[in-house]
Design a protein around this ligand. Structure first.
Ligand SMILES: Nc1nc2c(ncn2[C@@H]2O[C@H](COP(=O)(O)OP(=O)(O)O)[C@@H](O)[C@H]2O)c(=O)[nH]1
Ligand SMILES: [Mg+2]
Length: 287
């Protein structure tokens, strides 16, 4: 954060106001991403393209591209994440219990996952065009014990859910489970899994909970910048196999994300805009 301060060389009579400005990350917008060399841009927009070359020819690649927005779709979606006086993007409220949860009509998406998997960082990256939105990213696992609601104008809300750990499923009882069971305006749940370690026991329990509640959900593989291509591909394939063979409400295509490097962020903005009914992405199966 930096402040534009009064400068002694300003002309007398000049109108000055103290402006507090958060710096916007250079890759927050597609505009900058599209000026990068083609391969780098492709990797940012479609992170799966980085792994594609390692896949055997016999593997059906269409299952990795069921949702495959065009650049134009992503440009449309990005507009929703740009604030304006008539489209305010901001933290709305925190809730510690279900009876504190605000009654809202607009579609809602939520982010669940183990503590430290990258939920808050992902929300922060999605909101990187509005860096003044306060999304707390903690260094201490288990920090977020509240549900944090963010409003994206009147278009939709996003919820950062409390993380869970070794105490799952006990951790779910107070908030995550009742929220998933009762939230009427919830259109999509994003279940985050760390790309470098793959599906852990607590993730499987969360997956079972999503299946039980029958809420439509999507697996999001986080921190893809942290692990080698081989590990990432192995974890992705085994995750996709679990989704294919053991789930009914999960979207068959896991999404790949690096909140640090912005890989997959434009893609995810587009999916959110799509599932909340703000844009229509053509040729999309089952999303
Ligand atoms: N390398 C890398 N680190 C990440 C990424 N996303 C989150 N982290 C780090 O992981 C830690 C936990 O992130 P946080 O968003 O607080 O996780 P949460 O507990 O799920 O909300 C923080 O130190 C983040 O900086 C990512 O995409 N890449
Ligand atoms: Mg958090």
């Amino acid at each position: 954060m930096f402040c534009v301060q009064l400068r002694p060389w300003l002309q007398p009579g000049a109108r000055v106001c103290a402006v507090t400005q958060q710096s916007i990350h250079k890759l927050a917008s597609l505009q900058k991403a599209t000026t990068l060399p083609p391969k780098k841009m492709q990797g940012l927009l479609y992170p799966f393209s980085r792994l594609e070359g390692y896949l055997d020819r016999s593997v059906d690649k269409t299952q990795f591209q069921l949702f495959h927005p065009s650049l134009e779709d992503m440009v449309e979606a990005e507009k929703l994440f740009c604030p304006s006086p008539s489209h305010k993007i901001d933290f709305y409220v925190s809730a510690e219990r279900m009876d504190h949860v605000p009654a809202l009509k607009q579609p809602e998406v939520c982010f669940i996952g183990r503590s430290n998997v990258g939920k808050s960082s992902l929300i922060k990256a999605l909101f990187s065009l509005t860096p003044e939105v306060e999304v707390r990213v903690s260094k201490t696992p288990g920090h977020t014990k509240k549900m944090n609601f963010f409003k994206v104008g009147k278009a939709f809300t996003m919820v950062d859910m409390p993380g869970y750990g070794h105490n799952a499923p006990k951790d779910f009882v107070d908030m995550v489970e009742p929220y998933l069971y009762t939230r009427k305006n919830l259109v999509r749940t994003f279940l985050l899994v760390d790309g470098s370690v793959g599906l852990q026991k607590a993730d499987r329990i969360a997956l079972e909970m999503c299946e039980e509640t029958r809420c439509p959900y999507v697996m999001v593989v986080t921190k893809i910048d942290k692990c080698g291509q081989g590990t990432l591909l192995a974890n992705l394939l085994s995750l996709q196999d679990v989704v294919k063979t053991q789930t009914t409400s999960c979207f068959p295509q896991p999404f790949l994300i690096s909140s640090l490097h912005f890989e997959g962020i434009y893609f995810l903005r587009c999916f959110i805009a799509h599932v909340t009914g703000r844009i229509r992405v053509k040729d999309t199966c089952q999303s």
